[in-house]
Design a protein. Structure first.
Length: 237
């Protein structure tokens, strides 16, 4: 059964009128068509970037950053398609090095920082820190925290990681006015659809929770200090 037919059945059971069901079905079909039309250009763009990266003398760093963003756009598009059935695509767990993830996030977000006249500093963890989870989703959670600092904070943004015996702490700091409300309140407002603010924090909080971690705020001398806590990968994972 298609997602559109399934939704129609639920709406009928809830007593929603035929006209309203037709409007919603039409909107879902438009979403499906948009997803279908976007997959081709994204795939073509990735292939072009990968072909350019194989040419001698071409700087790989910028092309790798573009390819990364295109790959994540494709994942977001897949989630949008799955949302028609009231779900998201399944997480894809793997074990990866946390320092490499932070470097990847910083490389992708520095152009945005430069455009705002800001600096983004990356401080990787000391030593090797392994985390197990969906790398793309966890990277996106970190990007949301950096984006929040670039949009609402001031001064230099610091993206850093610290590790304990069982957990890793990814911290994002800025020199701005600080958070306007506790993290839990901002996340709750976003989940309730109350305005645009806090949506990135809500996504980061949900991603952390699915990975056995949490999103919180920590005391800072000035500005905001958001902390994404994650369990370290078990030995041999």
């Amino acid at each position: 059964m298609s997602a559109t037919l399934a939704l129609g059945g639920w709406l009928a059971a809830l007593g929603v009128g035929a006209a309203a069901r037709a409007v919603l079905a039409r909107r879902m079909e438009l979403v499906a068509r948009a997803c279908h039309e976007l997959r081709g250009p994204l795939t073509a763009a990735r292939l072009a970037v990968q072909a350019a990266a194989r040419r001698p003398g071409v700087p790989r760093g910028p092309l790798e950053a573009i390819d990364l963003e295109l790959r994540r756009a494709g994942r977001a598009l897949a989630d949008l398609g799955a949302a028609r059935a009231g779900r998201r695509t399944a997480d894809r767990p793997e074990t990866f090095e946390l320092g490499a993830l932070l470097a990847e996030v910083a490389r992708g977000r520095r152009p945005r920082a430069w455009a705002r006249g800001r600096r983004l500093v990356c401080e990787p963890p000391r030593g090797r820190a392994l985390v197990r989870g969906d790398r793309t989703r966890l990277a996106r959670a970190c990007e949301n925290l950096v984006d929040n600092a670039l949009q609402h904070g001031r001064g230099t943004v610091v993206l850093r990681a610290r590790t304990g015996s069982h957990t890793a702490r990814i911290e994002v700091l800025d020199d701005g006015p600080g958070l306007p409300a506790p993290v839990a309140a901002l996340v709750a407002r976003a989940r309730a659809g109350e305005g645009e603010h806090g949506r990135g924090l809500a996504i980061a909080a949900e991603t952390a929770a699915r990975h056995g971690g949490r999103l919180a705020a920590a005391p800072a001398e000035r500005g905001a200090r958001l902390v994404l806590e994650l369990p370290l990968a078990p030995r041999g994972a």
